[in-house]
Design a protein around this ligand. Structure first.
Ligand code: CP
Length: 307
């Protein structure tokens, strides 16, 4: 199939074929990052602006590396060093960036829908690098790439997502994507961390970690999104970890070859014990490596280099 979208705003609207095309393209770029000279001329002359209005380590760095490995010119803007701090609106900022004629604008914003607004305002391709508690499509794509490369397929796998489902854009994008690709999804966490519409998203819901881990092929642990919570959703971190921390005991319920995943940043000892985060089943750093390839694939597809 041929990529036809101007923007990558979320997983919800993508078809299974589009997801497969992105993952196949990402796999073909994986090798570039293993070379001595990690650069191909594919996007020479293209300009990519990484506009991060919210903190990031992995996503921002990997978009910058992805652009550079494709020979694009990449420019990073953060909220604190932009004129947003002087009161300029996001819309005016976007129009000014558009006037400089970049090819792609990558945006992370704490407000759900900010990338969608930009996509309507400017003619350039917009990539959503995480918008509030809504979607984090590139994270879900790198997660699906990691699972597919390890398990050979996504279809039929038992995937368990644990933690702060209500505030997690990673959970939402993965639920949309993995459902389309035929995985069986279970989400687990305290009732106060479940979105009201959770059962409409095509997942099994469990409030007990041990039950949710039974026969899991993949377990994704999530950080508690304290920056997005308006009220306390559990009594204390100690109590949360007593019930929902993945550790050497409860992981025995999962399949022996279970993949342990985490989008990062990890809070060791809260949602995952250090020995499991660093253990033989963990693919957490492989997710980060695959993130560069997924972002290379998206920059390539969106700039129309496939023509
Ligand atoms: N997974 C993720 O989005 O990490 P960062 O917040 O560091 O980009």
């Amino acid at each position: 199939m041929k990529w036809e979208r101007k923007d990558l705003l979320g997983i919800k609207d993508l078809s299974g074929e589009e997801i497969s095309l992105i993952l196949d393209t990402a796999e073909s770029f994986l090798e570039v990052s293993t070379r001595d000279i990690k650069k191909v001329p594919t996007l020479r002359g293209k300009t990519i602006i990484n506009f991060f209005v919210e903190a990031s380590t992995r996503t921002r760095t990997s978009f910058e590396i992805a652009g550079k490995r494709l020979s694009a010119d990449t420019i990073n803007i953060s909220a604190s060093t932009s004129s947003l701090v002087k009161g300029e609106t996001l819309a005016d900022t976007a129009r000014n960036l558009e006037a400089m004629n970049p090819d792609v604008i990558v945006i992370r914003h704490s407000c759900a829908g900010a990338p969608h607004m930009l996509a309507r305002l400017v003619r350039q391709s917009i990539i959503n690098a995480g918008d509030g508690a809504h979607e984090h499509p590139t994270q879900a794509l790198l997660d699906m790439m990691t699972i597919r490369s390890r398990k050979g397929t996504l279809s039929g796998l038992n995937v368990t997502i644990v933690g702060d489902i209500a505030h997690s854009r990673v959970a939402r994008s993965n639920i949309y994507g993995l459902n389309k690709m035929g995985a069986h999804l279970t989400v687990a966490g305290p009732a106060t961390m479940m979105p009201r519409d959770i059962r409409e998203l095509g997942v099994k819901v469990s409030f007990r970690l041990e039950e949710a881990l039974q026969d899991a092929d993949v377990v994704m642990m999530l950080r508690i999104q304290t920056e997005r919570e308006q009220r306390s959703v559990f009594p204390s971190l100690r109590e949360y970890s007593a019930f929902y921390c993945l550790n050497g005991d409860n992981i025995q319920r999962a399949r022996p070859d279970v993949l342990v995943m985490h989008p990062g940043p990890v809070n060791r000892g809260v949602e995952i014990s250090p020995e499991i985060a660093d253990g033989a089943n963990s693919v957490i750093l492989e997710q980060v490596t695959n993130g560069v390839a997924v972002r290379m694939a998206l920059l390539y597809l969106l700039t129309g280099a496939i023509e």
